[in-house]
Write a protein that binds this ligand. Sequence first.
Ligand code: TYD
Length: 139
Amino acid sequence: MKNKNFTVFDCHLIHFPKIHNRAGNITPLQNNIEIPFAIQRVYYLYDVPGGESRGAHAHRTLEQIIIAGSGSFDVTLDDGKNKKTVQLNRPYFGLHVLPGMWRDISNFSSGAICLVLASGKYNAADYIRDYEEFKAYKN
Ligand code: TYD
């Protein structure tokens, strides 16, 4: 399928392994095993002030996995036709965000860490930051 044709229904939660013992938990993530692509970049959002939201853009080719490393927040995906909101609040779940998805991340809890695993290096040209341009791109 072409990148721009993905819909919100193609974006699934992935349940990661959790290795548990009395001293706590480990979740290991490996390229092309737990993560369905090769990770080229990791970044994280933190110290997000109460009431703020992030995102409000789409990517043409970038694939991402979004994880609540700590705390909770809501990810709203929009493919131009359908919207889906997923609350992330466990570090052993990741939301697979395919290319061509407008995303908003909101309702950050105090101390939340939004960990993002990305399939590519930072590239400003991969962003669509105008919602009308996004709708035109998708239709
Ligand atoms: P942006 O992706 O718009 O953040 P968000 O969607 O979370 O609101 O990025 C904000 C700024 O940070 C923008 O100027 C680009 C810069 N940035 C990088 O330099 N490298 C990166 O890997 C990321 C994700 C952002």
